[in-house]
Design a protein around this ligand. Structure first.
Ligand code: HEC
Length: 155
């Protein structure tokens, strides 16, 4: 005797339930599509993260190294540093013309300002710049910073 499948299932619980075949197929299709999209999205996300990181890298290069012909390697006190300070600072910060009350026209007087961070702070302080007439060009400030970061050596 042929019973209706549902009736058969109720009467005969051990009989496997006939599943609607289209449901799992549709589900599989959806999962497949989602996974494909998922991997694609993951790829897009990963590559965009990478490019953001390279942007950071670029910026760091702009700030700290070799961009636009600004050579911050091997900056020496006896050469670039004294040269920049002489041109921009000694008018007020030397023993001879002590306008500011803090002469630093010798290595020994400059060192404490370099080590305390005051030198780098004031040459980059747009609100209270040194020299007072306005910040020096980026490259000049980067050179002084590089010298301080390298240990403010008497080189
Ligand atoms: C026109 C004069 C003038 C020039 C040029 C000048 N300064 Fe100054 N500077 C001052 C005066 C005045 C002060 C004290 C008032 C203040 O801190 O703003 C001062 C203070 C400072 C201080 C703080 C000192 C301390 O002990 O707290 C630093 C650091 C400094 N100057 C660095 C520089 C550097 C570096 C340059 C050159 C790139 C420079 N200044 C150029 C006038 C000048």
């Amino acid at each position: 005797m042929l019973a209706h499948p549902k009736t058969d299932a109720i009467l005969n619980p051990s009989t496997p339930q006939p599943l609607n075949p289209s449901t799992p197929q549709l589900l599989n299709l959806l999962i497949d599509t989602f996974m494909q999209k998922f991997w694609f999205l993951l790829l897009v996300l990963a590559s965009s993260l990478l490019s953001v990181q390279s942007c950071y890298y670029d910026n760091e290069q702009d700030l700290y190294g070799g961009v636009d012909g600004c050579d911050t390697t091997a900056v020496k006190y006896s050469a670039q540093v004294t040269n920049l300070l002489e041109n921009n600072c000694y008018a007020c910060h030397s023993v001879a013309s002590d306008v500011a009350g803090s002469p630093f026209d010798t290595y020994e007087t400059l060192l404490p300002l370099a080590q305390s961070g005051k030198l780098v702070e004031r040459i980059n302080d747009a609100a209270n710049p040194m020299p007072p007439t306005g910040l020096m060009p980026d490259c000049d400030r980067l050179k002084i910073e590089a010298w301080v970061n390298a240990g403010a050596l008497k080189n």
